[in-house]
Design a protein around this ligand. Structure first.
Ligand SMILES: [Zn+2]
Length: 173
Protein backbone atom coordinates (compact mmCIF):
# COMPACT_ATOMS: atom_id res chain seq x y z
CA UNK A 1 0.00 0.00 0.00
CA UNK A 2 1.21 3.48 -0.85
CA UNK A 3 1.11 5.93 2.03
CA UNK A 4 1.89 9.55 2.60
CA UNK A 5 5.31 10.17 4.16
CA UNK A 6 5.41 12.75 6.95
CA UNK A 7 7.19 13.37 10.24
CA UNK A 8 3.98 12.48 12.09
CA UNK A 9 2.86 9.03 13.18
CA UNK A 10 -0.19 7.59 11.42
CA UNK A 11 -2.41 8.28 14.40
CA UNK A 12 -1.55 11.99 14.48
CA UNK A 13 -1.62 12.32 10.69
CA UNK A 14 -5.18 11.01 10.60
CA UNK A 15 -6.34 13.25 13.44
CA UNK A 16 -8.65 16.25 13.05
CA UNK A 17 -6.90 19.45 12.07
CA UNK A 18 -6.96 20.79 15.66
CA UNK A 19 -6.36 17.45 17.42
CA UNK A 20 -3.53 17.34 19.94
CA UNK A 21 -0.44 15.29 19.16
CA UNK A 22 0.55 12.00 20.77
CA UNK A 23 3.47 12.03 23.23
CA UNK A 24 6.07 10.95 20.67
CA UNK A 25 5.05 13.51 18.03
CA UNK A 26 4.79 16.21 20.68
CA UNK A 27 8.41 15.61 21.69
CA UNK A 28 9.43 15.98 18.03
CA UNK A 29 7.47 19.21 17.74
CA UNK A 30 9.08 20.60 20.87
CA UNK A 31 12.49 19.69 19.43
CA UNK A 32 11.49 21.78 16.37
CA UNK A 33 11.54 18.84 13.96
CA UNK A 34 8.35 20.43 12.64
CA UNK A 35 6.01 23.28 13.53
CA UNK A 36 2.25 23.55 14.08
CA UNK A 37 1.68 24.62 10.48
CA UNK A 38 3.42 21.42 9.35
CA UNK A 39 0.86 19.43 11.34
CA UNK A 40 -2.05 21.36 9.80
CA UNK A 41 -0.73 21.05 6.24
CA UNK A 42 -0.02 17.32 6.68
CA UNK A 43 -3.58 16.73 7.90
CA UNK A 44 -5.11 18.84 5.12
CA UNK A 45 -3.17 16.91 2.47
CA UNK A 46 -4.08 13.59 4.11
CA UNK A 47 -7.71 14.59 4.05
CA UNK A 48 -7.58 15.77 0.43
CA UNK A 49 -5.93 12.48 -0.57
CA UNK A 50 -9.30 10.76 -0.03
CA UNK A 51 -10.62 12.82 -2.93
CA UNK A 52 -7.38 13.20 -4.93
CA UNK A 53 -5.63 9.81 -5.10
CA UNK A 54 -2.39 11.24 -6.44
CA UNK A 55 -1.75 12.84 -3.04
CA UNK A 56 -1.48 9.42 -1.39
CA UNK A 57 2.27 9.07 -1.94
CA UNK A 58 3.31 12.64 -1.12
CA UNK A 59 6.43 13.02 0.99
CA UNK A 60 5.98 16.18 3.06
CA UNK A 61 9.56 17.19 3.85
CA UNK A 62 9.04 20.52 5.59
CA UNK A 63 6.72 23.49 6.02
CA UNK A 64 7.86 27.05 6.63
CA UNK A 65 5.36 29.61 7.83
CA UNK A 66 6.13 33.27 7.19
CA UNK A 67 3.88 36.26 7.74
CA UNK A 68 2.75 36.50 4.12
CA UNK A 69 2.96 32.93 2.82
CA UNK A 70 3.54 29.28 3.65
CA UNK A 71 6.21 27.25 1.90
CA UNK A 72 5.56 23.55 1.43
CA UNK A 73 8.64 21.48 0.68
CA UNK A 74 7.99 18.09 -0.85
CA UNK A 75 10.05 15.31 -2.40
CA UNK A 76 11.21 16.44 -5.84
CA UNK A 77 8.96 13.83 -7.52
CA UNK A 78 5.85 15.12 -5.75
CA UNK A 79 5.86 18.72 -6.96
CA UNK A 80 3.37 18.20 -9.83
CA UNK A 81 0.97 16.22 -7.60
CA UNK A 82 0.81 18.81 -4.85
CA UNK A 83 0.29 21.64 -7.31
CA UNK A 84 -2.37 19.69 -9.20
CA UNK A 85 -3.87 20.34 -12.60
CA UNK A 86 -3.99 24.12 -13.16
CA UNK A 87 -2.90 24.58 -9.53
CA UNK A 88 -6.17 23.12 -8.28
CA UNK A 89 -4.76 21.21 -5.28
CA UNK A 90 -2.57 24.04 -4.07
CA UNK A 91 -5.55 26.38 -4.30
CA UNK A 92 -7.62 24.02 -2.13
CA UNK A 93 -4.87 23.78 0.50
CA UNK A 94 -4.41 27.54 0.42
CA UNK A 95 -8.13 28.11 0.93
CA UNK A 96 -8.25 25.72 3.89
CA UNK A 97 -5.25 27.25 5.63
CA UNK A 98 -6.10 30.84 4.68
CA UNK A 99 -2.70 31.85 3.31
CA UNK A 100 -0.85 31.90 0.00
CA UNK A 101 1.25 28.79 -0.58
CA UNK A 102 4.50 28.31 -2.43
CA UNK A 103 5.77 24.84 -3.27
CA UNK A 104 9.44 23.90 -3.39
CA UNK A 105 11.24 20.66 -4.20
CA UNK A 106 13.61 19.32 -1.53
CA UNK A 107 16.45 18.84 -4.02
CA UNK A 108 17.30 22.27 -5.34
CA UNK A 109 20.24 24.65 -5.08
CA UNK A 110 20.18 27.85 -3.04
CA UNK A 111 19.84 29.92 -6.20
CA UNK A 112 16.87 27.81 -7.34
CA UNK A 113 15.24 28.31 -3.93
CA UNK A 114 15.53 32.06 -4.37
CA UNK A 115 14.33 32.04 -8.00
CA UNK A 116 11.31 29.86 -7.13
CA UNK A 117 10.35 31.84 -4.05
CA UNK A 118 10.43 35.14 -5.86
CA UNK A 119 8.33 33.89 -8.79
CA UNK A 120 6.52 35.33 -10.71
CA UNK A 121 8.99 38.20 -10.37
CA UNK A 122 12.13 37.91 -12.43
CA UNK A 123 15.58 38.16 -10.90
CA UNK A 124 18.06 40.09 -13.01
CA UNK A 125 21.15 39.00 -11.13
CA UNK A 126 22.34 37.43 -7.87
CA UNK A 127 25.71 38.49 -6.48
CA UNK A 128 27.50 37.34 -3.38
CA UNK A 129 28.85 40.22 -1.35
CA UNK A 130 31.41 39.75 1.41
CA UNK A 131 31.08 41.77 4.58
CA UNK A 132 33.12 41.89 7.77
CA UNK A 133 30.51 39.81 9.60
CA UNK A 134 29.83 37.33 6.81
CA UNK A 135 28.38 36.92 3.36
CA UNK A 136 25.23 38.38 1.91
CA UNK A 137 23.40 37.77 -1.34
CA UNK A 138 22.58 40.85 -3.35
CA UNK A 139 19.51 40.14 -5.46
CA UNK A 140 18.90 42.59 -8.25
CA UNK A 141 15.32 42.94 -9.43
CA UNK A 142 13.28 45.19 -11.64
CA UNK A 143 12.09 48.57 -10.38
CA UNK A 144 8.56 47.75 -11.59
CA UNK A 145 8.23 44.87 -9.10
CA UNK A 146 9.48 46.89 -6.16
CA UNK A 147 6.09 47.67 -4.65
CA UNK A 148 4.91 44.04 -4.67
CA UNK A 149 8.14 42.65 -3.30
CA UNK A 150 8.55 45.26 -0.58
CA UNK A 151 5.18 44.21 0.87
CA UNK A 152 6.50 40.69 1.38
CA UNK A 153 10.12 41.61 2.00
CA UNK A 154 10.33 40.18 5.52
CA UNK A 155 8.72 36.93 4.46
CA UNK A 156 11.18 36.48 1.59
CA UNK A 157 14.08 37.37 3.86
CA UNK A 158 12.98 34.94 6.60
CA UNK A 159 12.26 32.09 4.20
CA UNK A 160 15.55 32.45 2.32
CA UNK A 161 17.47 32.58 5.61
CA UNK A 162 15.81 29.37 6.83
CA UNK A 163 16.19 27.53 3.53
CA UNK A 164 19.68 28.60 2.48
CA UNK A 165 21.21 30.00 5.66
CA UNK A 166 22.00 33.16 3.73
CA UNK A 167 21.27 36.80 4.40
CA UNK A 168 19.86 38.74 1.46
CA UNK A 169 19.40 42.24 0.32
CA UNK A 170 17.15 43.00 -2.63
CA UNK A 171 18.05 45.94 -4.82
CA UNK A 172 15.70 47.41 -7.40
CA UNK A 173 17.06 49.03 -10.50
ZN1 LIG B 1 1.87 10.94 16.87
Amino acid sequence: MITMKTKLCDFCLNGDIEAILCGTCNIKRKACEFNDTYVEIARIIKNLSKKHNMLENIELVNVIDTRMFIIIIVNKNNVPQIIGKDGQIIKEISKKIGKTIKVLSDKITDNEVIINLLKPYIIKKINMIYLIDGEKLKIIMSKQDEKNIINNYNSYETAIKILTGKEISIIFE
